[in-house]
Design a protein around this ligand. Structure first.
Ligand code: MG
Length: 172
């Protein structure tokens, strides 16, 4: 069976990317998810603001563009990124993706955490990510699920996140 493609699609290459990240939950840290600070009894530990959702998104973007991973571009321990706002990291990653000749079509993110409830903050996260990436809010998916109390995430020792992205670029 032959795949029908429009003239415009034939001139483009599309790339898919996958990102995954996990951070520990500790006392005395802010909880920042999807660029939004969320009230909680603990926060995620890390060198930057430890925004696990945005780190997964950045890794998906870099992977799709063939640009390595977040650690290559923002080494942990580098003082420039100490307590960095991960929205700024996302903006820098988007610049690198653009320089490599790609534009972002959509992204879809999943947070895996037992608590707190994400639904009240979902729209704010989508808007923040849309503003940083140039997508419309409709092109930014943010979902959350629990780990059914299984494993380290289930014991609330940390949170995990996954992201997928689709990039479009001109054929070389
Ligand atoms: Mg991380």
């Amino acid at each position: 069976m032959e795949l029908q493609v429009s003239g415009e699609t034939a001139l483009q290459q599309v790339r898919v990317g996958l990102g995954y990240d996990v951070h520990r939950l500790v006392a005395g840290r802010r909880l920042v998810l999807g660029g939004v600070e969320i009230p909680h009894d603990r926060g995620l530990d890390g060198h930057s603001d430890a925004d696990v959702l945005l780190h997964a998104l950045c890794d998906a973007l870099l992977g799709a563009a063939g640009l390595g991973d977040l650690g290559d571009h923002f080494p942990p321990g580098d003082r420039r990124w100490k307590d960095a706002d991960s929205v700024d990291l996302l903006r820098l990653v988007m610049e690198k993706v653009g320089q490599a000749g790609f534009s972002l079509v959509n992204c879809d993110l999943t947070l895996i955490a037992e608590a707190p409830r994400i639904a009240p903050h979902r729209q704010a996260m989508r808007e923040r990510i849309a503003a940083a990436t140039g997508l419309s809010v409709a092109e930014v998916g943010v979902k959350a699920t629990t780990n059914e109390r299984l494993g380290a995430v289930g014991r609330e020792e940390g949170m995990a996140a996954m992201a997928v992205v689709l990039l479009a670029g001109r054929r070389p």
